[in-house]
Ligand binder design. Structure first.
Ligand SMILES: Nc1ncnc2c1ncn2[C@@H]1O[C@H](COP(=O)(O)OP(=O)(O)OP(=O)(O)O)[C@@H](O)[C@H]1O
Length: 339
C-alpha cells in the first residue's frame, strides 16, 4: 500500500460535540491515517466509539453541535478543514468527497421523483447543465451500475429498501467523487440486498467512478469481504490499523482481539459456542482518563498504561496503540478470553 498514491491524508484530527451544559464530548481524538487510491478502508468499533462523527468530520462541514478543534485533512493537496462552508459545498462535497450517512435512505424527499432529485442536485453544482444533459448522464450512470433507468421516474416510496440504498449510492457518486465515505450502508438491509449493494460499491471502482472508499460497519463479515485495510476505533481513537487479514485474523491490540472474538461469527465450529464478551464500558468521552483509554477493560493492563497518553506504534504495515506490544508479541498474542 505504501507505494500507492495517497488520496486523503488525515493528521491529528480532533472534533467534539458542544453540549448545552458547556461540556465537550470528545468524539474524535487525534485520528491520523492515509487513504490510498484504489482501496476500501473499513472502520470497525462498537457503538458510540466515534465512527459516524469521524465520517462527518472528514467532510469539513461542521453542523452544530459538532465542532472542529484541530488537525488537517488533505484531499488533493488542499486542507479541507480550512475551507469555508460555501467553498466546501460548491467545490468539494459531492464532487471530490461524498458522505453517505446512515439515514440517507430516508433522507430522499418522498414527494420528488428520483430524476428530479438528481436534476436539482446537479443544477446546484452546475447551473449551465440542461435537464436533458442531466437525464442522459443519470440514465447512463444507472445503466452502468445495473440499475434500471425506469427507477428515475419513480418516487422513493415506490422503491424497496435495497433499491433505495442502491439509488442513494448512485446519486451520491454521480459527480465521480474521489473519496466516498459510506456509513453503515448495508445495516438496514436483508442479506440479499446487502450483497447487491456491496457489488454496486465494488462496481464503483471497476468503472473508475470513485478512487477510494471508507466503509463503516458493525458487521465484520462484511468488512472481511470488501476491505483492503481495517481501522479499529475505540473511544475516539484508532487503536489498530492494518491489512484486513492481519487485523481480522491476527489482531494485536487487546481491544481489537476482543472485538474480533466477540463478533466474527457464526462460522463452522463456532456456531452454538458461548461467545466471549467484553466486560465494562468505554470511558465517558466528556472526561477521558489519562493514558490508554482501554486500560480499565484490558486484561493486560499495568500501572504504566494509565500514566501517559499512548501513541500508535508502527509494526510493518500496521500500527497499534499499546505500550504492551512487546509483551503481546513475545508472550503470544492471544489474551485471556473474555468469558
Ligand atoms: N449530536 C450529538 N450531540 C452530542 N453527542 C453526540 C451527538 N452525536 C453523537 N454524540 C456522541 O458522540 C460519540 C460518538 O458517536 P458516534 O455516533 O460518532 O459513534 P458511532 O461509533 O458512529 O456509533 P454507532 O455505530 O452507534 O453509529 C458518542 O458518545 C455519542 O453519544
Amino acid at each position: 500500500m505504501e507505494s500507492k498514491k495517497v488520496i486523503l491524508e488525515v493528521n491529528n484530527l480532533k472534533t467534539y460535540y458542544q453540549t448545552r451544559l458547556g461540556e465537550k464530548i470528545k468524539a474524535v481524538n487525534s485520528v491520523s491515517f492515509n487513504l490510498y487510491e484504489g482501496e476500501i478502508l473499513g472502520i470497525a468499533g462498537e457503538s458510540g466509539c466515534g465512527k459516524s462523527t469521524l465520517a462527518m468530520s472528514l467532510s469539513g462541514l461542521f453542523l452544530s453541535p459538532l465542532k472542529y478543534e484541530s488537525g488537517s485533512v488533505f484531499l488533493d493537496n488542499e486542507n479541507i478543514m480550512q475551507k469555508k462552508e460555501n467553498e466546501l459545498r460548491s467545490n468539494i462535497l459531492g464532487k471530490k468527497y461524498s458522505y453517505i450517512p446512515q439515514s440517507a435512505m430516508n433522507a430522499l424527499n418522498p414527494t420528488l421523483k428520483i430524476k428530479n432529485f438528481i436534476i436539482d442536485l446537479l443544477k446546484e453544482h452546475d447551473p449551465n447543465m440542461t435537464e436533458k444533459e442531466i437525464l442522459n448522464l443519470a440514465k447512463e450512470r444507472f445503466e452502468s451500475l445495473s440499475l434500471p433507468p425506469r427507477v428515475l421516474n419513480l418516487h422513493p416510496l415506490e422503491l424497496s429498501g435495497g433499491m433505495k440504498q442502491r439509488v442513494v449510492v448512485a446519486i451520491s457518486t454521480i459527480m465521480n467523487p474521489e473519496v466516498v465515505v459510506a456509513d453503515e450502508p448495508t445495516s438496514a438491509l436483508d442479506v440479499t440486498s446487502q450483497k447487491i449493494v456491496i457489488k454496486l460499491i465494488k462496481d464503483l471502482f471497476d468503472k473508475k467512478i470513485v478512487k477510494s472508499i471508507i466503509f463503516i460497519t458493525h458487521e465484520l463479515p462484511i468488512l472481511r469481504h470488501i476491505c483492503d485495510r481495517i481501522a479499529v476505533m475505540y473511544a475516539g481513537e484508532f487503536v489498530e490499523i492494518g491489512n484486513m487479514k492481519d487485523v481480522i485474523f491476527d489482531p494485536i491490540h487487546p481491544y481489537s482481539q476482543a472485538l474480533m472474538q466477540s463478533i466474527l461469527v457464526p462460522e463452522k465450529g463456532i456456531k452454538g459456542k458461548k461467545l466471549p464478551s467484553l466486560p465494562g464500558s468505554p470511558p465517558d468521552l466528556r472526561k477521558i482518563p489519562k493514558g490508554c483509554r482501554f486500560a480499565d477493560r484490558c486484561p493486560l493492563v499495568i500501572e504504566d498504561c494509565k500514566k501517559e497518553d499512548v501513541t500508535l506504534t508502527k509494526l510493518g504495515e500496521r500500527s497499534v496503540r499499546c505500550i504492551r506490544l512487546n509483551h503481546i508479541l513475545t508472550q503470544g498474542k492471544r489474551v485471556t478470553p473474555y468469558v
